[in-house]
Design a protein around this ligand. Structure first.
Ligand code: CTP
Length: 400
């Protein structure tokens, strides 16, 4: 079962706030991930951004009034509501929040919303005093009670010159929350720790030993677990990735720092997933000064780093689930199942690296899951974001 947004019908409701310009980027991101998006704008929204921008990006007519005629026989707003897989209202003004809470239907968007039965995400954006007001907070609580998902506004400088909560979050954060509407919330109440990225082992102040791990797989798992309701801690070596929303982010550099962070955190975790490409060796001595190139030859004595996963496996309690990754160039089954046993894992994800569509840096991955009970499961090539959810589907079903 795929939880992807691709092919889904999404209705984007845009109301009249200065943040309406961010909805243009949100629409672009939704279209990019393969959603079919229809846009409904209020008249006030049209004062901030022209409907033509949304029409060009969505390749669909924007719905603005109740009284438009279309080629379709059915009344447009009812028809769109029936076809929608999800609705996102961004930005949502105090006005639309009040109308949704009260069941008022006096324009295209509010009327459409009364006919909606699919999941709804509301993204409030307004002045911070308005946001904190009793009326808005009461109305937001009513929307929660209706089962709508709410995306908390960011705090920061607002268009009105004040500072506080009220800013519409970045479009990528809203996209993440839209994706969250399609995933099961089966990790609510569970703490999940994910390690990701490479480690760097210093040679001197300007050089290090590392590997090409991008962190994409680990960040995808952390994001997916947070979308499914887990309390996520992401411990990551240096990468170019932005930490996903709603995760506790612990940046580290070396294997020793990663070991310290993991061992300090592990006892409170229910699920531990180690995707990090930890360096197995580090320079036995780190020069405090830059090593100069005058020497014709340089030999670097190396020493082993700690096998973090093995240490976690030895300390883990019976009710903790431990998942490892094994990136192999050959002999995958033998190496992966060997690591499954020696590190006392419940599941290991084997990756054959070497092709451009899987392993380090790729956006897709091809994996085989090896389980403690001796069974295995081959997973087809798919985006890492989807593989992350497939892995969590299996972890959710593991008996400990
Ligand atoms: N791992 C770890 N600490 C290390 C090395 C690896 O925690 N010092 C973890 C990785 O995060 C991964 C798993 O162990 O989940 C397997 O890593 P991999 O590099 O494939 O295996 P190694 O145990 O290092 O064995 P080898 O390099 O000999 O294949």
């Amino acid at each position: 079962m795929s939880y992807s947004i691709q092919g889904k019908n999404i209705v984007l409701g845009v109301t009249g706030g200065i943040a309406a310009y961010k909805s243009v980027e949100l629409l672009r991101l939704l279209v990019k991930v393969g959603a079919r998006v229809r846009v409904i704008m209020t008249e006030n929204a049209c004062r901030f951004v022209g409907p033509m921008t949304f029409e060009a990006l969505s390749r669909q007519r924007v719905c603005r009034t109740l009284f438009e005629t279309t080629d379709e026989a059915s009344v447009q707003h009812i028809h769109w509501a029936q076809e929608a897989s999800a609705v996102v209202i961004a930005p949502a003004t105090a006005n639309i929040i009040g109308k949704l809470a009260g069941g008022i239907a006096d324009d295209a968007l509010s009327t459409f919303m009364l006919a909606v039965t699919c999941p709804v995400l509301v993204c409030p954006a307004m002045n911070s005093d308005m946001y904190a007001s009793k009326a808005v907070q009461r109305n937001l609580q009513i929307l929660r009670d209706y089962g709508h998902a709410l995306l908390e506004p960011d705090a920061g400088e607002l268009a009105c010159g004040t500072t506080g909560p009220g800013r519409l979050p970045d479009p990528s954060v809203i996209l993440n929350a839209v994706h969250g509407l399609f995933v099961p919330k089966d990790f609510i109440g569970r703490r999940v720790m994910v390690t990701a990225g490479p480690t760097r082992e210093a040679i001197d102040p300007v050089r290090f030993i590392s590997n090409p791990s991008s962190g994409k797989m680990g960040y995808a798992i952390a994001r997916a677990a947070a979308q499914r309701g887990a309390e996520v801690t992401l411990i990551s070596g240096p990468t170019a990735m932005t930490p996903p929303p709603d995760v506790r982010f612990v940046p580290v550099t070396s294997a020793a720092e990663m070991a310290a962070a993991v061992l300090a955190e592990m006892d409170r975790q229910q699920v531990i997933i180690k995707t990090a490409a930890v360096a197995d060796f580090r320079p036995a001595e780190v020069s405090s000064l830059k090593v100069k190139k005058e020497k014709a030859e340089l030999t670097l004595p190396l020493e082993r780093t700690q096998d973090i996963l093995k240490a976690v496996g030895m300390r883990k309690q019976r009710d903790q689930i431990l998942v490892g990754f094994a990136a192999e160039t050959h002999d995958m089954e033998r190496s992966a199942t060997g690591k499954l046993k020696s590190k006392q894992l419940d599941l290991i994800v084997g990756n054959l690296i070497g092709s451009s569509d899987a392993g380090f840096c790729a956006d897709t991955n091809r994996a085989t899951f090896y389980y403690k009970d001796g069974t295995s499961e081959k997973i087809d090539l798919m985006p890492k974001a989807e593989l992350a959810h497939v892995l969590l589907d299996r972890v959710a079903k593991l008996k400990v």
